[in-house]
Design a protein around this ligand. Structure first.
Ligand SMILES: NC(=O)c1ccc[n+]([C@@H]2O[C@H](COP(=O)([O-])OP(=O)(O)OC[C@H]3O[C@@H](n4cnc5c(N)ncnc54)[C@H](OP(=O)(O)O)[C@@H]3O)[C@@H](O)[C@H]2O)c1
Length: 342
């Protein structure tokens, strides 16, 4: 049976995203399940992978991009007994989501509860899980904590603001001037990062105290500014090197940013017991697959109950993938664009 997917045959701009048709369905191997994809998430990280700048994926070419998917189990490979054919599942794929069918290890699939919209559920595996695990597993924030979300208007940023509301945290978020309304609509205090010194504004907003936790994917020298916004005993979680990805800083500056995180934690008593650490969703899942499954189940449950509300900015066919990547690069989407392959 013919089926379609997006293929990248060389790294480059959005034009390298090509819609191709295959003649026969892929067959699941031992331990695998074939998924009929109902919704594929798109985001900044996909554009980073497309350009060949993502440290954790450099090919081989050609490949199908798409960091996350929700779909229905369609066939099982040898030795797989669960999840059963017909079960709706979600997965963090890193690549492979922009397709009508995908082969996945059955062990990483998380069942999606009844009544959940696949397009909303596909917002969870990357952005919401990153935000949730950074809050609960990395920073381990307590209800009532004050948090600083750098890049609060982005996918991970808005997910974190939504979770902060659900978890009873007070959030301050940095963003562009034109996104301040969006950040405030999530119940957070917005700071325009381009107009002044956000560290001074955070101090002012917290009566000089600073925040209990800060989350920063800008990376490089920016980590030092987020660290300076922490309260006594606070924690900075670094999770990206966005300035390197967009060409604003080089590899050395990004590497120095990572080294700083280790240095601050090593000498924490000299820095008012402030700490800093690095979080990566793929590394964390590799080390703790059980936590990944448990946290996904928690978030899917919250979605079913209406406790969290992911914003789906648009629902488009696979053929729109290149346009979607252009829109992601332009910024200001205010939510996730989801590809619906059928
Ligand atoms: N380590 C992990 O496990 C992990 C997981 C997921 C994502 N990430 C990384 O996290 C980053 C964000 O991903 P995303 O999907 O949320 O991207 P996104 O939706 O494109 O959001 C990025 C946000 O960064 C903001 N921004 C740009 N420059 C800024 C600055 N100087 N100060 C403050 N904010 C700034 C932009 O805000 P305005 O548009 O308002 O300017 C934009 O909203 C990426 O680097 C990604 O690779 C890491």
């Amino acid at each position: 049976m013919p089926w379609q997917h997006i293929q990248i045959a060389r790294f480059g701009g959005p034009e390298v995203l090509e819609l191709v048709t295959e003649a026969d369905l892929p067959r699941p191997g031992p331990g695998e399940a074939r998924i009929k994809v109902l919704a594929a998430g798109t985001g900044f990280t996909d554009t980073f992978i497309r350009m060949g700048r993502y440290p954790d994926f450099k090919g081989p070419l050609p490949f199908t991009p798409g960091y996350e998917l929700v779909g229905v189990v369609d066939a099982l490979g040898e030795g797989v007994t669960a999840p059963a054919v017909g079960t709706m599942v979600a997965d963090l794929t890193v690549v492979g989501g922009y397709a009508q069918y995908a082969l996945r290890p059955a062990a990483t699939l998380v069942p999606v509860p009844e009544g959940v919209d696949p397009a909303e559920a596909v917002s969870l595996p990357l952005a919401y899980m990153t935000a949730y695990q950074m809050l609960t597993r990395a920073a381990r924030v307590e209800p009532g904590a004050r948090i600083l979300v750098i890049g609060a208007s982005g996918s991970v940023g808005t997910a974190m603001l939504d979770l902060a509301r659900a978890m009873g945290l007070t959030a301050i978020g940095t963003c562009s001037a034109h996104n301040m309304g969006l950040v405030e609509s999530h119940g957070a205090q917005a700071i325009d990062y381009a107009s002044g010194d956000f560290v001074a504004e955070v101090r002012q907003a917290t009566a000089g105290r600073g925040v209990d936790a800060a989350f920063d994917a800008i990376g490089g020298a920016h980590f030092a500014r987020s660290f300076a916004a922490l309260a006594f005993g606070g924690v900075l979680v670094g999770y990206g090197s966005q300035t390197m990805a967009t060409g604003g800083e080089g590899l050395i500056a990004a590497g120095l940013g990572l080294a700083r995180l280790k240095f601050w934690t090593l000498l924490s008593p000299l820095f008012g017991r402030r700490r800093a650490l690095w979080y990566s969703i793929t590394d964390h899942r590799k080390a703790h697959p059980d936590q990944f499954a448990a946290d996904m189940a928690t978030l899917l449950g919250w979605l079913q109950q209406g406790r969290i509300r992911p914003v789906v900015a648009d629902r488009l066919p696979l053929s729109a993938a290149a346009d979607v990547h252009r829109r992601i690069a332009a910024g200001g989407l205010g939510g996730k664009v989801v590809l619906l392959p059928w």
